[in-house]
Ligand binder design. Structure first.
Ligand SMILES: [Zn+2]
Length: 452
């Protein structure tokens, strides 16, 4: 349960208002690194900026942050259609307001007339291991320029194909088992760029057949095998005398999170993992006991499941799914947010000596927990967005959650939604919704183990 989130959010906004351009620059930098966790950091930054642009009524910032959300969201396979629609509307409005180009540009316009009309991409298909890009008219070899980049430090191969004088309407991701990432986007107004990215070398051949560019892959490496010899500890929040958050229609957090935890346990067990629960019934378990249990079981990961809530008149507005990982964050806001989850078991906290404990956090564990949080968040959103409308992505955040303190393995606190929000609460007590969410979490776990 995170109370007063909104209040802190506003405090946060006013404090950070002067730093907008700094955050924007930081987000742009994250986008250049191309790793999944940096892209997620950028995504979160852009979303914060978007929120601030609304508060400050800053159109320029709004457009920039929307562009960032759409770009990073597409890379992460998050549904950002809502944002891209808003962006298109704003860009259209903005172009009306802009002054018309001056007469001196005329020569350029005359040149433009001689350039043949652009090729338009009509379809993207797979024929086994051959990617087919079909345009509205025949292509020539001169239009295609390709080059390969190898980033040794990140162990990434990038195969780039620039298709000149052609365009598509929106950037797209193309997926293929055995290849890390394939992206197609407008590089400049006349160039369509296809980037195939992989951690091992690929044998790629290209050919043109009339209107179709054919790119064939010979996959040298076998698909990654997931090591299922892993131990997972699932922690259903609260229990017994501690109901956790009590929300819409008096639904209780301890019940909802227990059912999701049980479902997740069932799915992970069926996929071959060893799974333990910190509580197997409606009983009270101290926070410190929960991580101690995970350490005793030699768990590879620890997932603590919670539901969120806000009081009073905000209850109808605030909803969304968030994942938190433990870090010695300096933000006062995050500390206060975490204090709400911690309050059930204050006496335990003093035992740890709070801040000194946070300073001892293992850097490797923070990075791994961050990655796990990203995979769990993506997993949940991916599964839920396919079946439900208006599933809100609250993002991946860091904070000093005591239930995670002391865990010797990557650990994440999942806030499955706001039990105080009428729609989200109804979903959280629905079996199908919980099953879908648990499946998404299990997929996130698998993705994490596959990559780490
Ligand atoms: Zn809780």
């Amino acid at each position: 349960m995170i109370k007063y989130l909104f209040l802190f959010l506003f405090l946060f906004i006013s404090l950070e208002a002067s730093k907008n351009s700094e955050i924007l620059n930081r987000a742009h930098k994250y986008m250049q690194s191309n790793t999944q966790s940096d892209t997620f950091r950028a995504y979160n930054d852009y979303k914060n900026l978007y929120l601030q642009s609304a508060v400050a009524n800053n159109l320029d910032l709004k457009i920039k942050s929307l562009e960032g959300i759409v770009q990073s969201g597409n890379r992460l396979h998050i549904d950002v259609s809502k944002y891209s629609n808003e962006l298109k509307t704003l860009q259209l409005k903005n172009s009306y307001n802009k002054p018309k180009p001056k007469a001196m540009k005329k020569t350029k316009h005359i040149e433009d007339v001689h350039i043949e009309p652009l090729h338009k991409l009509k379809s993207i298909d797979w024929k086994e291991d051959i990617l087919l890009l079909t345009f509205n008219k025949p292509l020539s070899n001169k239009q295609i320029k390709d080059f390969t980049l190898h980033d040794k430090s990140k162990n990434k191969y990038r195969y780039v194909f620039d298709i000149k004088t052609s365009m598509l309407t929106s950037s797209q991701s193309i997926t293929k088992n055995g290849i890390d990432r394939i992206r197609l986007a407008q590089f400049d107004p006349k160039t369509l760029r296809l980037v195939i990215e992989n951690s091992s070398k690929l044998d790629i051949k290209q050919s043109i057949d009339a209107k179709t560019l054919q790119i064939s892959f010979i996959l040298k490496t076998a698909p990654i095998k997931i090591d299922r010899d892993k131990v997972i500890v699932i922690d259903a929040g609260h229990g017994g005398k501690d109901p956790g958050a009590v929300g819409y229609k008096k639904y209780r957090e301890k019940i909802v999170v227990f059912k999701i935890a049980k479902e997740l346990q069932k799915i992970l067990k069926s996929r071959g993992y060893k799974v333990h629960m910190t509580r197997d019934s409606d009983k009270f378990v101290k926070l410190s006991r929960r991580t101690k249990f995970a350490n005793e079981k030699n768990a590879d990961i620890f997932i603590s499941i919670h539901a969120n809530a806000v009081d009073g008149k905000n209850a109808k507005d605030v909803h969304g799914i968030e994942c938190y990982f433990l870090s010695p964050t300096r933000s006062e806001r995050a500390k206060k947010v975490a204090a709400k989850e911690n309050s059930a078991d204050m006496s335990d906290m003093n035992m740890y000596g709070k801040n000194s404990y946070l300073n001892l956090l293992n850097h490797h564990n923070i990075v791994a927990s961050n990655k796990l949080a990203i995979d769990l968040q993506r997993g949940m959103l991916g599964a839920l967005n396919k079946k439900y409308k208006n599933v809100k992505d609250g993002g991946v955040r860091e904070g000093p959650f005591w239930v995670l303190v002391g865990a010797q393995m990557p650990s994440v606190l999942v806030e499955v939604g706001f039990i105080s929000h009428p729609m989200e609460a109804k979903r959280l007590v629905n079996d199908n919704y919980r099953k879908t969410m648990a499946r998404g979490l299990a997929d996130g776990v698998e993705r994490y183990f596959a990559n780490n």
